[in-house]
Design a protein around this ligand. Structure first.
Ligand SMILES: Cc1cc2nc3c(=O)[nH]c(=O)nc-3n(C[C@H](O)[C@H](O)[C@H](O)COP(=O)(O)OP(=O)(O)OC[C@H]3O[C@@H](n4cnc5c(N)ncnc54)[C@H](O)[C@@H]3O)c2cc1C
Length: 389
């Protein structure tokens, strides 16, 4: 019997597997897909493009602990992400900043708007759009309504199926308005990509004699949890080792409190000649009847040695997650409402008292994690676990 069973070979599961293995624990890592890496999985396609199967993943962080750990398994190359948005027929920088103002307004008006914003918030300040819309100055409010209409309103509706006012303000707050010319999408001190890709990094991380990987394996075919008896069963026997679960918590408990809502995505991938667009990602914050998709990603624009002749692009369409549906079968983002938070808590309560089951990662904890944040969280989780066991 293994000391630990980990479900899911994404960042949460792989980082945990490696640390436990290095502390002498034997680990069985169960993954239902045919590959490791979770949603960060990438691969070199026929065009020579490093494709990110589940959407573009850009590594950026201020966490020296995450960088130090991951650097044991990969080198890095510099990459700073920049995004353009299709606004009134032009491609303007997103986050919306002074350059976007320069491109969309005539010179005199643009100069005036920039000085009003600087006076109100100072230079290079990041202002959430919902805050900007509440400003007392009618001129700032008018600009805020313009930005809201052209950058946030339809994008949010397409992405989430809700209006910006209906969803958690943290969601729109993630892409602020910037009172300066900073046009990088992220401002973290470390912005680099793994030099051979994410999958290669995971391969090294999981290459350890104490780790056994079972791909193409649905965990629920081997593992079950009985919340009444407070028991965990693995391959037909009572299991008292460590279980780190990074999958969907509603699935773990057989959906007995109902399905947790997620937003899903579908990607239409195609080959084009040469270069398709000026940056890796172009957002389409337009009405759905104009562009039914939210963004287009050209992967080679963030690649170290991109091919010249051909390019691969992915057009991204959001859907409601439906585990039995035709589209939207992959759960990507939790949809936070009071009801979904309560439902999640009901699942967590059911697991209380089962001392060997731990929930970790974006699915099991029903929260949004960036890659650096889940790396840090997994390392902190291991610190605690190893202290107690
Ligand atoms: C479209 C998109 C873009 C993103 N871009 C960025 C970015 O640019 N930068 C950034 O830092 N972060 C980004 N992220 C976040 C990043 O994907 C997460 O931080 C990371 O995937 C979290 O790792 P995880 O291990 O928690 O989850 P996952 O990567 O989802 O791993 C969970 C794994 O568990 C497996 N699994 C689930 N249930 C079972 C089961 N029952 N049996 C067996 N296996 C199971 C899954 O197949 C999966 O492989 C993005 C996320 C999305 C959705």
């Amino acid at each position: 019997m293994k000391d630990a069973v980990i479900i899911g070979a994404g960042f949460a599961g792989a980082v945990t597997a490696r640390v436990l293995a290095e502390h002498g624990k034997s680990v069985l890592l169960i993954e239902k897909r045919n590959h490791i890496g979770g949603n960060a999985y990438d691969w070199l396609d026929d065009n020579g493009v490093m494709r990110h199967e589940y959407g573009p993943h850009i590594f950026h962080t201020n966490s020296s602990r995450a960088v130090e750990f991951l650097s044991r398994f990969t080198g890095w190359y510099d990459y700073e992400h920049r995004v353009l948005g299709y606004v009134q027929g032009r491609l303007v920088p997103i986050p919306f900043n002074f350059r976007s103002i320069d491109m969309l307004f005539e010179k005199e008006k643009a100069e005036h708007l920039k000085s009003v914003l600087t006076e109100a918030y100072g230079e290079d300040h990041k202002v959430p759009i919902l805050e900007l819309r509440k400003n007392k100055d009618p001129e700032i409010r008018e600009l805020a309504e313009y930005i809201f209409e052209h950058v946030f309103k339809y994008y949010t509706m397409k992405q989430w199926g809700y209006t910006a006012e209906e969803i958690d303000p943290a969601v729109t707050g993630r892409v602020p308005v910037i009172t300066g010319y900073e046009d990088r999408y992220f401002q973290d001190s470390f912005q680099k990509m793994p030099d051979q890709g994410y999958t290669a990094m995971f391969e090294k991380m999981l290459d350890h004699e104490n780790i056994e990987i079972a791909l193409n394996t649905e965990a629920m075919d081997r593992l079950s949890v009985d919340p009444e008896k407070k028991e965990v069963w693995l391959d037909g026997s009572l299991y008292q080792g460590i279980v780190v679960y990074t999958g969907l918590v509603d699935q773990l408990l057989n959906y007995r409190c109902g399905d947790l809502p997620y937003r899903s995505l579908e990607f239409t991938v195609r080959t084009e000649k040469g270069r398709f667009q000026p940056v890796t990602t172009v957002n389409y914050p337009t009405r759905a009847d104009m562009h039914p998709y939210t963004r287009i990603t050209e992967y080679k624009n963030m690649q170290k040695n991109p091919p010249k002749e051909k390019t691969t692009i992915a057009v991204e369409y959001p859907f409601a997650y439906d585990r039995n549906g035709k589209n939207g079968r992959v759960p990507y983002y939790p949809v936070f409402t009071d009801e979904s938070r309560e439902k999640y808590q009901a699942y967590v309560d059911l697991l209380a008292g089962i001392d060997n089951v731990y929930l970790l990662g974006r699915l099991a904890q029903y929260r949004y994690y960036n890659m650096d944040a889940i790396t840090e969280a997994a390392l902190a989780f291991c610190d605690q676990l190893l202290e107690n066991r």
